[in-house]
Design a protein around this ligand. Structure first.
Ligand code: FAD
Length: 381
């Protein structure tokens, strides 16, 4: 029986919840807003399937030979609607055009994020774009198995832990399953996101369109936009309080600070990330509209990449060079020293006060010193 004593040992993928044959497992939110398995001991038959399905307990190594590319979608509209180069949409279209279905993260009616299944290209906009909070996979692993057993092609997309969770749940290699993960900084608490929305929008949260990565004024200095009929909030990411909390690592899931899925040799077929550093590695591929770092991990990944390569501009790159600018591929976020206090006061303090108190601005002299050190280090690189 799965037993989460230390919260860093559960990534919240829901594999145990999906596999339990007696529905003895429920996923329950803790006080920080992250879900963990809770077991009804009267229903549990000690079959051990939950432990077998858990990717945190599995030890799957992959001896592959990842190949890296800098890429962007030739379709400018899709590219501008996407967080980096708009590659996800092309992979998804390819699968749907071959009669398959695509799973990925979408906002629900409560402005929270959950995984859904899409079977037509007109609905793909729901999955497009990064949503910076943990997505709930709900019962999608079971749904995926249903499609796979009926010989339908499936593309499942998500964080590295969600992909390894799915593969661990399935236990067998399906020829008709394709997986795409992302380079993941870590996932913030949905409860923190809810508190932020309340602070920003009050009761005016209906039919809100959320864009974490509005690129209309450039990809490298993107905006967050929240918009409905009566409200439009737009702010550059560096100044937004929620994105500050996310990027300063104060509100990530416990397991994200020691993530075992961040690695070079991934189990997914393709990994997508932002090609930070493109202006230095391949300046001709940077027009500040978004360039993806695409890492092809497997034979199926090569097949997918070949299927879309007439729709993209791409160049092969040295993976080590690319990762010099994107160490989140392999390195976990650093635990913020104020994280516990931040969460203790999440229900007590107004959102703005909370951020100002636990993420204070460093003084101007310190910031100048950091910039000088950064410049000196880049000269010696
Ligand atoms: C929480 C999070 C952290 C990230 N951190 C980094 C990082 O540190 N460095 C980096 O290079 N890239 C990071 N990315 C990935 C990057 O922002 C782009 O999503 C990726 O490059 C794909 O871009 P695209 O333009 O091809 O497609 P897009 O259309 O922008 O992306 C859509 C894809 O993202 C998935 N997705 C969106 N939100 C979520 C979510 N909450 N949970 C799971 N899957 C989601 C969708 O299912 C789909 O597969 C992160 C993404 C997320 C969601």
């Amino acid at each position: 029986m799965i037993n989460v004593i230390n919260k860093t040992n559960c990534c919240g993928c829901n594999a145990c919840y999906n596999i339990c044959p007696t529905n003895a497992i429920q996923m329950i939110n803790d006080e920080k807003g992250f879900w963990f398995p809770s077991i009804d001991k009267d229903k549990c038959i000690n079959c051990g399937m939950c432990e077998k399905a858990c990717p945190m307990l599995a030890n799957k190594d992959n001896k592959n030979n990842p190949i890296a590319y800098a890429c962007y979608n030739k379709d400018e509209k899709i590219r501008m609607e996407s967080s980096s180069g708009g590659i996800f949409t092309l992979l998804a279209i390819n699968i749907i055009n071959r009669g398959g279905v695509v799973f990925g993260a979408s906002f629900n009616n409560e402005n929270l994020v959950e995984h859904i299944c899409i079977d037509n290209i007109y609905d793909l906009y729901k999955l497009r774009g990064s949503k910076y909070l943990q997505s709930n996979t709900n019962t999608t692993y079971k749904e995926v198995k249903g499609y796979l057993d009926k010989n339908v092609l499936v593309l499942y997309t998500g964080t590295p832990c969600q992909i390894e969770g799915l593969l661990s749940y399935l236990q067998i290699d399906y020829e008709n399953l394709y997986t795409q993960d992302i380079i993941c900084h870590g996932v913030p608490s949905p409860k923190v996101w809810k508190k932020y929305l309340e602070f920003r929008l009050g009761d005016n949260k209906d039919k809100i369109i959320i864009n974490f990565r509005d690129k209309s004024e450039g990809w490298s200095n993107y905006n967050i936009v929240l918009q409905n009929d009566s409200i439009k909030y737009k702010n550059v990411y560096k100044k937004d309080l929620y994105l500050k909390a996310f990027l300063k690592d104060i509100c990530l899931r416990d397991s994200c600070y020691n993530c075992k899925f961040k690695k070079l040799n991934r189990l997914s077929d393709i990994t997508l990330g932002d090609f930070w550093g493109i202006s230095e590695v391949l300046p001709e591929m940077n027009d500040d509209k978004g360039t993806s770092l695409v890492i092809v991990n497997s034979k199926k990944g090569i097949e997918l990449f070949d299927n879309i390569n007439t729709n993209i501009i791409f160049k092969k790159v040295d993976l080590d060079k690319a990762l010099e600018f994107n160490f989140m591929m392999i390195k976990s976020a650093d635990l913020h020293k104020n994280r516990e206090k931040f969460f203790e006061n999440l229900d007590k303090l107004p959102f703005k006060v909370l951020i100002k108190k636990y993420l204070p601005e460093s003084n101007i002299f310190y910031r100048i010193l950091c910039r000088i050190i950064h410049k000196i280090m880049s000269i010696f690189k």
